[in-house]
Write a protein that binds this ligand. Structure first.
Ligand SMILES: [Fe+2]
Length: 390
């Protein structure tokens, strides 16, 4: 049997649709796939393409059934827990109390599939009415960007980071992209960290960088340290960090002592805490990928040559180290940004990429309406640490 699917690298964009830094070596578009009726052979083509390109824009899924998106996400990890959101029961775990997340709602009958975006939706796949909330820089960042500019809100991997393993992939279908005729289609994204870095970004795009590249960019000593290091995340990390503000590049938080004390968090158990290697071995390519959620990481534990361990848990110091690890990889030359068109389903390897939401959107302006369907399932197995012999 032959396949009708074709895959081609995303090499250039109309500037209102995407941005590709000069050093980007990932990203592809997929034409001719029917995700409602995907054969095993076609899935194998997509899985291989994802291994090669890390993020795929699968065109032409305007009429895809919500349940097909869940089935598609499950195909990448057939043993994944597939009946619940990758954060677990979001009504119980305080997720929605944090401004770092929240403002989303599940499709009725599909708790794994969340509608996210901006503005009020009506009569949407059984949802009578709901106001989707896009983050705002005033709430999110410690300092405001120059007027009209946007920033990365948070460079992250999708993960609950408590009681659940990070999903293998994220699927993200554009139901309605932002196309406000009354506003410019591009906003200036500024780094505001003294570098002078800026990018002209399409409004409503999602930004990606590669964890492979992030590892490769580290100086030799930091690489060697990273390979011996684990990252500790606090209990209910988004509630823990829910009152904090981000620094200007979206890699981590500013340290103002606003983290919620552990005894004031929702109930938690030691054995459900998340400890992950800093450098993951990709199960398919075996390549090392630096994977870190710098917004909510709280400590590093490093194994010393004599077998002892050193813990770094002073938050200002931890966050300084997070910037050393992450900032080089999020420079303009390494960023790919994609604004999906209606019917584009993006799927990305959540174990080798980091991503960030961007843009200033007005929740009360109907022209800024943005509707996306997101599904990712907590993985059935944890990532392994990469080592030179692995
Ligand atoms: Fe995300």
């Amino acid at each position: 049997m032959s396949t009708t699917i074709s895959v081609r690298p995303l090499t250039k964009f109309d500037e209102t649709q995407g941005y590709r830094g000069s050093m980007v070596n990932f990203g592809a578009e997929v034409i001719g796939a029917d995700l409602d009726n995907l054969s095993a052979q076609d899935f194998a083509v997509i899985e291989r393409a994802l291994e090669d390109h890390q993020v795929l824009v699968i065109r032409g899924q305007q009429h895809m059934a919500p349940a097909s998106q869940v089935k598609f996400a499950l195909a990448f990890d057939p043993s994944a827990e597939c009946t619940i959101h990758h954060h677990g029961d979001v009504s119980k775990n305080a997720l929605n109390k944090s401004h770092l997340l929240g403002g989303n709602t599940p499709v009725p009958g599909l708790p794994q599939l969340h509608v996210i975006g901006n503005g009020t939706i009506h009569d949407h796949y059984g949802i009578e009415s709901f106001k989707l909330k896009h983050p705002s820089h005033a709430d999110f960042h410690a300092t405001a960007p120059p007027l009209g500019n946007t920033r990365y809100y948070r460079w992250h991997i999708d993960a609950a980071l408590y009681d659940k393993f990070p999903p293998r992939v994220t699927t993200f279908r554009t139901v309605q992209p932002v196309n406000n005729p009354a506003k410019p289609p591009i906003q200036t994204l500024s780094y505001d960290d003294g570098s002078g870095d800026e990018i002209a970004m399409p409004v409503g795009a999602t930004a990606y960088v590669s964890g492979y590249t992030a590892f490769e960019l580290l100086p030799v000593e930091l690489k060697e340290w990273a390979l011996r290091t684990k990252v500790l995340y606090p209990p209910h990390p988004y509630a823990w960090a829910g009152k904090c503000k981000a620094e200007s590049t979206g890699c981590t938080l500013v340290s103002e002592g606003k983290e919620v004390p552990l005894d004031e968090l929702p109930p938690w158990e030691e054995e459900r805490l998340t400890v992950l290697p800093l450098v993951w071995r990709n199960p398919l390519t075996c390549r090392p990928s630096l994977q870190l959620h710098g917004i909510v990481a709280s400590a590093f534990v490093t194994k010393n040559p004599d077998g002892s361990e050193t813990t770094m848990d002073d938050l200002p110091r931890v966050r300084e180290r997070i910037l050393e690890l992450m900032r080089p990889a999020v420079g303009p030359e390494y960023v790919l940004a994609v604004k999906g068109e209606a019917g584009d389903l993006l799927v990305w390897d959540n174990w080798t990429l980091w991503h960030s939401v961007m843009s200033n959107l007005d929740g009360d302006d109907p022209g800024d309406l943005r509707i996306m369907h997101q599904c990712n399932l907590a993985a059935s197995y944890p990532p392994e640490a990469w080592s030179p012999s692995s």
